[in-house]
Design a protein around this ligand. Structure first.
Ligand code: P6P
Length: 335
């Protein structure tokens, strides 16, 4: 993996992006601008997340989001911030958001990229002060420049992503992303309003001590999942489940481990979304030396058919994901 060790720890995100300009899919600087726009929105959302307990915006907005889930005001706010930053930045012609059923056209018909985003995942965790995250996935548009984006721009498949990343609003706020040349992590210093390169080349350990799964649905899980989880317990691995995808994923990326969201009765295709959760996290994990599977095939090989389609997600250290999948004797259908 061509990685960015050449960049000294402590460099700023802006400088890092500029120095890696040549490595980006299109060195004309558009993707660089797009990443800066996302980082800017992340800084604004970070401030709001940190203040949430202090302002009246906390708590349910009353509205139901397109997923039929109780919408928390902060995720409505975050959605507005990311869409506004992407609109003002001019590089994205459209945005697909977890918060909106259909794609949002930014009006930048000259924009060469589209962005699929979960502006604030785990928003049910806000009121109880648990870490939450933003997830984003970037594609080069396939529709003609100068026209409005089409569904095909968003349904290209996981391996067509040109960049993907997440922002974790945790004990510290971090931006982690890849453009296909390794994974870099940046830590936010709010007093300076800057993301500083703190992890130039993130690699996930081949195995690890953690399994992350909601065992409340135990009796609804496929047998191969139950068998795997039992084997984790026999090895006295640690069960760690924050219940906030980005937090669980990020911890396992550093400690080594596996995150499981299997199908259950309420979510026979799993609960997590493919386009703005599975795909970006799978791109990052493969770039970090890990694996991501739906239980039969690599997440990145799954065929996208619907903006908000769900998929089971098993992701993390390669040895643990491989062990889990080896136990699934269901036939693999071709990607
Ligand atoms: P469950 C939060 O609502 C979320 O989308 C992810 O962040 C999290 O990993 C998952 O759902 C938790 O779901 O069914 O275990 O409560």
């Amino acid at each position: 993996h061509e990685n960015n060790l050449a960049q000294p720890v402590g460099t700023t995100l802006d400088r890092y992006i500029m120095r890696n300009q040549s490595e980006f899919a299109y060195a004309t600087g558009e993707l660089s601008q797009l990443l800066r726009d996302i980082a800017l929105a992340g800084k604004i959302v970070n401030r709001e997340v940190n203040r949430a307990g202090l302002t009246t915006i906390i708590g349910a907005a009353g509205a139901q989001n397109v997923q039929g889930e109780q919408q928390q005001k902060l995720d409505v706010e975050a959605n507005i911030r990311f869409i506004r930053a992407l609109t003002n930045g001019k590089e994205a012609c459209a945005v697909l958001s977890e918060e909106n059923e259909d794609i949002i056209h930014t009006g930048n018909t000259e924009g060469r990229y589209v962005v699929a985003i979960d502006p604030l995942d785990g928003s049910s965790n806000i009121d109880v002060n648990i870490s939450i995250g933003t997830l984003f996935s970037i594609y080069r548009r396939v529709s003609p420049i100068g026209t409005e984006a089409t569904p095909a721009d968003f349904l290209q498949g996981g391996r067509k992503q040109v960049a993907a990343g997440y922002i974790l609003y945790g004990s510290s706020t971090m931006l982690v992303y890849t453009t296909g040349h390794g994974v870099a992590g940046f830590t936010y210093e709010s007093s300076l309003g800057e993301f500083f390169l703190s992890h130039p080349n993130i690699r996930i350990p081949a195995t690890g001590p953690v399994f992350s799964c909601n065992e409340g649905y135990w009796f609804e899980y496929p047998e191969y999942v139950q068998k795997f989880l039992m084997s984790c317990k026999r090895r006295t691995m640690s069960g760690r489940y924050v219940g906030s995808l980005v937090a669980d994923y990020h911890r396992n990326l550093f400690t080594g481990g596996i995150y499981l969201y299997p199908p259950n009765k309420k979510a026979p295709q799993g609960k997590l979304r493919l386009l703005y959760e599975g795909y970006p996290l799978a791109f990052i994990i493969e770039q970090a030396g890990g694996l991501a599977s739906c239980g039969k095939r690599a997440i990145l090989d799954l065929e996208p058919t619907d903006y908000h389609q769900r998929s089971p997600l098993f992701i993390g250290s390669p040895e643990l994901v491989a062990e889990l999948i080896a136990g699934n004797m269901e036939p693999v259908t071709t990607p």
